[in-house]
Design a protein. Sequence first.
Length: 241
Amino acid sequence: MPTVETGTPLIVFEDEDILVLDKPGGMVCHSAQRPEYSSVADWLRTRGVQTPRMINRLDRETSGLVVVAKNERAAKILGKAVLRREIEKQYLAICWGKFELERGVVDEPIAVSKTAVVYTKRVVDRVAGKLSATEFAVENRLRGYTVVRLRPRTGRAHQLRVHLAWLGHPIVGDKVYGPDETLYLQFIEKGVTREMLDKLLLPRHALHAQSVAFRHPQTGERCEFHAPMPEDMHNFIWEHK
């Protein structure tokens, strides 16, 4: 039966100040309540980083780049860069349906849903929501699906997933913002089942943090890192060309 694989992070770059990882889909950034989910933080501690300072965090099922500050000075500098929105991030997502526009911006506020059965679910809420903006551009058109490149201007929880669902193009494999949010509750109880996979098509949501760029906290030089598309997303695209 298909599962949401965890695997091991790959080191993209490391020096005395920062560590850039390519996180596999299925691994949480910090320790989860369920012990079978290994975390990036635990993995970092095995490498001697006793106080992991993750500058950006990804949802458990989102794969891709995570930037880690290895000391307090680097953490403070990069933390301020986050607040000033100076860290540039780009994602790739495989979405349901055909986008009418080649590119655009979703500028819709986001808040925690008051009615969803999944308590962490967010929604577009123009009354209570916080400012949220996402740029999107079509990367590839498939049979029934669209690969889009995303650049978040803000950093709200679940922002990309919420905005794509609001557009009517949820991410393939998304258990919360896809065809039925109760699939997430079923997943927590039973894991990925065949019936669930028939609706979701993939065991995890097809979202990948492909690139990140920022100024190095020690040298001030611009750094840019990339992570290749993971195998599950690559295979899906190949099968639906």
